[in-house]
Design a protein around this ligand. Sequence first.
Ligand code: NAD
Ligand code: TDX
Length: 332
Amino acid sequence: MERLLVTGGAGFVGANFVHHVLAHTDVTVTVLDKLTYAASEESLAGLPGDRVELVVGDVADGHLVDRLVGEHDAVVHFAAESHNDNSLDEPGPFIQTNLVGTFTVLEAARRHDTRLHHISTDEVYGDLELDDPARFTEDSPYRPSSPYSAAKAGSDHLVRAWVRSFGVRATISNCSNNYGPWQHVEKFIPRTITTALDGERPRVYGTGHNVRDWIHADDHAAAVWAVLERGRIGETYLIGADGERSNLDVVGDVLELLGRGRDEYDLVSDRAGHDLRYAIDATKVREELGWRPQRADFATGLAETVAWYRDHEDWWRPHKAATEAAYAARGQ
Ligand code: NAD
Ligand code: TDX
């Protein structure tokens, strides 16, 4: 594999993947990204220009996607609308990009017989009870709760059908909640850090007892590379780093890292349909592909992420006020 097409590579997880690939392999990367509000060209700045090219365009543009897929050895498909709260306000873009966009990529991969890896989320499996020892596995039933997760679930089903019906050479991975550099300030950890940096009180939805299973974006990137290189066609791999934390614990940790009291937050109205708990059993990717998270110590990763946002205020500041205005309009 020499030429890799990465859709959504100017977004948070995609950009971390592009950095990982450039640092650990010899491949050249073309990023196809629409540069929506969630994208950041700065996240790709500084990477060697002879190995990374950015094509600005829509993953649902059939002509463009067909040409690009035909010019590359493999595609990793990250492009998506990604924020649950936005999907509750306006589901349309989630249907268009996550479903029609994935269909467009699949049709191009089918025509050119190009290897495809589809990036998905553990949210397709719905949620778990707080006191349930169970975790999601590759056999968990699909039970999405939000327009975002339903559209991602639908995109997974399209990939599975294109593998079975048309022989498309695709794999899927479903990962838990990512954190790390370049994540948009609308998401929980960056929002909490930047609100606390501003000396204000972070907002916690509902009771704050909801649990997310955190993984550093660089560990996710390494797992995706392992699946792309060594995963079996038609298979799904769950990716997670045993990082279950309640939202209250995360907010308390961030506040403490910034020298504030752990309880200096406000409880605000809950997210509609708010999933209670996610938890990943990553046995398959560990045992079959030998992947191990290198940054599974959440306390260290969170401290580094707090420091990164403190050092990169120029990057997030322009987006903070508008993001908070949208939250204020929702009472959150
Ligand atoms: P993000 O919102 O930060 O980035 C998405 C990127 O896709 C942006 O650069 C955006 O411009 C681009 N994009 C959106 N619509 C497009 C279109 N129509 N055509 C081309 N590009 C388009 O999202 P993220 O958090 O980086 O998530 C990336 C992928 O990873 C998604 O598929 C998401 O479901 C999956 N995922 C994310 C997480 C997480 O915790 N963030 C966890 C598991 C899976
Ligand atoms: O201000 C907040 N307060 C709060 O309590 C925000 C923004 C969120 N929350 C809660 C909601 C969730 O329980 O924090 C948790 C995490 O919220 P998000 O960052 O919005 O993530 P989540 O909804 O869990 O989805 C994320 O992980 C799975 C990504 O956004 C998805 O793209 C990915 O598929």
